[in-house]
Design a protein around this ligand. Sequence first.
Ligand code: DGL
Length: 279
Amino acid sequence: MKQDIIKQAPIGIFDSGYGGLTILSDIRRVLPQYDYIYLGDNARAPYGTRSFEIVYRFTLEAVQYLFDQGCQLVILACNTASAKALRSIQQKDLPHIDPNRRVLGVIRPTVEALSSITQNGEIGLLGTPGTINSGSYTAEVAKLYPQYNVYGQPCPMWVPLIENNETNNEGAHYFVKKYTDALMSQNENIDTVILGCTHYPLLYPLIRQHLPSQVKLLSQGALVADSLKDYLERHPEMEQRCSQGGSCTYLTTESETKFTEAATRFLNDTITARQIELG
Ligand code: DGL
């Protein structure tokens, strides 16, 4: 009997820049056996202040590029892209491109985790202007936990600080205090704060320092990694199409030297990147 040969490929991980590396680290910790291709669109970051149409177009170009490399499954390790492009790509583009491939985001797994963390359902959300203004978190929380309240605070200066390695100086302290104070002034009873941007874990120590100590601060990496593990267990047809060599290839749209230096710092590991062009 003729057996279909299953084509296997790495899992694609996409972000506008370095932020998705925080998700990649946790995914590789939980699922070290798979191969990965990380793509950072650093030349066009930040996405957080860009319009819906632009974020959608850039994200689709990146997904298409990863599909062209053979990826069967792509994770948008970026809240802005998940908020502004994921639904359109899933509903409008995938059916034409290839209905068997999948693109998943980071918002749903984050929201799902809330019920085991919050005591009073008063949820703070720190994110890019794009993520906050899209209302995606509020809509997702309303679906799962209609009794919760979400207070969103845009933090437009944080991604530029992180992309430029300016995370531990007076300027960083100033802007972290500015946005955390603005968030807590919306409701002093907020008991759980979501870091709703994959870049923000790189500012975690400062954010922790400026938030009241009783507030729980939620990073997404572990949540997304556990959710991907669960997804692959529930979808053996996709799991079989993910190659298992434990490797990771790093691609960037900016200079590879710059990416290599920064990623090595963020990951605490020496990596080499290759420059590619999108669009
Ligand atoms: N890391 C991204 C996010 O999670 C995007 C940041 C940006 O490019 O503005 O939203």
